[in-house]
Design a protein around this ligand. Sequence first.
Ligand SMILES: Cc1cc2nc3c(=O)[nH]c(=O)nc-3n(C[C@H](O)[C@H](O)[C@H](O)COP(=O)(O)O)c2cc1C
Ligand code: SF4
Length: 422
Amino acid sequence: MEKVLTTHFANERYRRLDTYRQYGGYEALKKAFAMTPEAIIDEVKKANLRGRGGAGFPAGVKWGFLPKDLSHPRVLVINADEGEPGTFKDRLIMSRGPHLLLEGIAISCFALRAHACWIYIRGEFVREAGVVDEAVAEAYAAGFLGKNILGSGFDLDVTVHRGAGAYICGEETSLINSLEGKRGWPRLKPPFPASVGAFGLPTIVNNVETIADIPWIVTHGGETFAGLGVEKNGGTRLIGVSGAVNRPGVYELSAGVNLKEVIYHHAGGIRDGKELKAVIPGGSSTPVLRPDEIDVSFDIESMAKIGTMAGSGGVIVIPEGACMVRALSVLMNFYAHESCGQCTPCREGTGWLKKIVGRIEAGKGRQGDIELILDLCDNMMGRTICPLADAAVMPAQSFIWKFREEFDRHIGEQKCPYGNRF
Ligand SMILES: Cc1cc2nc3c(=O)[nH]c(=O)nc-3n(C[C@H](O)[C@H](O)[C@H](O)COP(=O)(O)O)c2cc1C
Ligand code: SF4
């Protein structure tokens, strides 16, 4: 299958400008400068490019939300925070193909008529940030960024900004606050960033992979990109597979690839000849699936039909013998730790989920605890400033709905029947 991003990732030198150019790098930018911004946006719309950061919003439609009035400067912010547990594909793009991202940024900014872009990189990504820094310096020196790029008259400044490693700073309004030097707390929407974003300016926030797809779309056309995927979900996706598989890693596959094929064919099946117990398909916040549910296309609509999400493409594979209560307990610890504390249902709710699931795991669960968890979930879902509370609720509810007997056994036997294995 045709690859959009990873064709040359095995070549260590692809991260350098000279090698990137040998493979045709920055030709798409030249082509873009011969097009109008509106024509580029049209191609992105035709591409059916859905945001790769988790929510899957169509990129071309989001770009259309910027005000038509050009009297205020507008900006692009790249979300390179990649904090969703189980998701590790943006770091691959940054470390192996940083110029794909930079060329995508230059084309996107030209299309959006933005003259400034910030790349917000997770604090822990020390190596990746170093590679991006070097690529930015190379691109400035070669005239692909900066003043009058390639003699087009278009100016663009790109700044690399380092986060400090908080999951909530991946949420777009929190990321904007953090970028402005404020505490990384989500903002109430509206106003949406497209009207009032970074530094009060109209802002588009896009994921790394979303923007790295743009050069290919400009080179080959939106319809060709759309044809690599399925209806409403164009192109390929980087799918990161982790957990109990023989070949964990990042695979570039059609946006409509079958999830079972991802696990059993591409990732080599379950480790140690074991059976599959459960799959978290799109990063830790997406509802868990049982083995009989994974014969499904990975596209956003098909996943929604079975009550889950393709999310950020982080497939976590759980084998037989693993304890689902322990797995949920690990997740609840994470969300309680990462809640920013602004909203009571999230601040208190994630803390209580952690506490109750933790006591069930420890063999101290009480009758009524499962109902208490479900009641808490009902009081959290959709009642907060940002979706972090929902991100904690979705695994909690789905683990109980689909693996209820394990929770009951923990409470009934007052111990973990699996020896606390995960
Ligand atoms: C708690 C939370 C964490 C998030 N973390 C990330 C992240 O690390 N990277 C990312 O691109 N999007 C993340 N998002 C989604 C962003 O808010 C936003 O939708 C995305 O960056 C938009 O880019 P896209 O349209 O290209 O997907 C997160 C959302 C929430 C609620
Ligand atoms: S839902 Fe949680 S993380 Fe999001 S703003 Fe409210 S308290 Fe903060």
